[in-house]
Ligand binder design. Structure first.
Ligand code: SF4
Length: 404
């Protein structure tokens, strides 16, 4: 396991343990870069270059930053960049990034409101709790000193299509951890503004942490690190994020579908897995057709049963003859217990009598099958006692029997 922890490492563990294992335990590297990540990196690069000038009191124009972005995009773009949302073209993403920078420029012009301390700065520090400490690593997008308010500002640029809520910002631990790292160099960073720039929305979200919250945060992160270190089971966790995962080609949930995507139709049909699924699907469809057929047959039989009862009543017969078999029609009166739903009051009374007369165990509950079996042996006086609580129901039954 790598020595350093990072925000992405913990997020990867939270999202999908298998992805975490591939990336941080097995150390599998892939060349895959999604267009969203590529666009985000180019926007970050352009802003870094721009703020490196601001740090030296040079404010470049909006045209300058857009042209830097354009240059960085063209020099780095290659055909292996993965586009998950096929309805969008690389140009659409290029324009999105451009719009992010253009809106940002208009929003913060004329710049220089704060002093730029660091841009895209790698930071290493230790998370500490109860005499335990774990090394942490992160990249700080920008650290400013707000000379007017005498406070540090931790800035983070986001190009994601989801806008963070204030509640999430108040609970987020990435920038709060960076604040801890900054405090190890500048103790006055104990008070700092944590600022997220959601560039696609041209919106700034801000939060802050108390000293107490920063202490509690270290405890939470240390507990999480211990959970990670003790973990020995790394199952895949399917989610919408799978499409952006670098390991789809080796993940057991996606390996076969991804391999099949690349095959020509003829090759695809010959694949043993595809054949198994096709046969299974065929049988499943057959099963469901048969179930439907059985349902229809039973409905038809039920109509025949009604007609048979009608004929038996009309003709005063109990057996109806057929070519191979006979239908035996039984019409009789039977006492049965009400269901609890049918008549809760009588159900309860019946239950009490059965309990009192030590007969409840015999029928286990007020159960009609058991009741009709047991009633045959119960004394007449007892049956008379419960009779008013029972329902006198006429039973009409039709059975198919052989002629012998
Ligand atoms: S593709 Fe999905 S389930 Fe598989 S490793 Fe990646 S995130 Fe996990």
């Amino acid at each position: 396991m790598a020595n350093f922890y990072s925000f992405s490492k913990i997020e990867s563990f939270n999202q999908c343990r298998l992805q975490f294992k591939y990336r941080y335990i097995d150390r599998i590297t892939t060349e895959i870069e999604t267009i969203e990540a590529f666009m985000g990196s180019r926007v970050h690069d352009a802003l870094k270059e721009f703020y490196d000038f601001v740090k030296n009191n040079v404010i470049q124009s909006k045209e300058w930053i857009i042209s830097r972005y354009d240059d960085l995009w063209n020099k780095n773009y290659n055909d292996s960049i993965k586009i998950v949302k096929k309805e969008f073209s690389p140009e659409d993403y290029y324009e999105k990034g451009k719009k992010c920078l253009s809106d940002y420029y208009d929003e913060y012009e004329p710049f220089g409101q704060t002093k730029i301390v660091k841009t895209e700065e790698p930071i290493r520090f230790h998370i500490k709790h109860n005499n335990e400490e774990f090394p942490f690593y992160g990249i700080l997008d920008r650290l400013d000193w707000n000379d007017e308010q005498k406070i540090f500002e931790v800035h983070d640029y986001k190009t994601s299509a989801t806008l963070m809520t204030q509640e999430s910002a108040d609970q987020d631990y990435q920038l709060a951890l960076y604040q801890l790292a900054i405090m190890s160099k500048w103790p006055e960073a104990e008070k700092a503004r944590l600022i997220w720039h959601f560039l696609l929305f041209n919106k700034q979200i801000e939060s802050s942490r108390t000293k107490q919250q920063l202490t509690e945060l270290q405890e939470i992160v240390v507990d999480k690190i211990k959970e990670i270190e003790a973990c020995s089971d790394f199952p895949p966790c399917k989610s919408a994020l799978c499409n952006w995962c670098d390991f789809q080609e080796i993940c057991p949930l996606w390996k076969h579908p991804k391999k099949m995507e690349k095959l020509e139709v003829n090759e695809y049909r010959k694949d043993p897995g595809v054949k198994l699924v096709s046969k299974y699907t065929e049988l499943e469809e057959e099963k469901s057709e048969l179930k439907k057929r059985i349902f229809d047959i039973e409905a038809e039989q039920s109509k025949i049963q009604e007609a048979a009862v009608e004929l038996a009543e009309r003709e005063q017969i109990q057996v109806i003859d057929g070519p191979d078999k006979r239908l035996v029609v039984t019409i009789k009166k039977e006492l049965r217990a009400p269901t609890r739903k049918e008549n809760p009051e009588n159900w309860e009374k019946l239950r009490s009598i059965l309990v009192k007369e030590h007969k409840y165990e015999e029928v286990s509950t007020v159960n009609n099958n058991m009741l009709s079996v047991k009633m045959k042996n119960w004394p007449k006086e007892f049956i008379d006692k419960i009779k008013t609580l029972l329902i006198d129901k006429e039973i009409k039954r039709v059975d198919l029997r052989s002629k012998n």
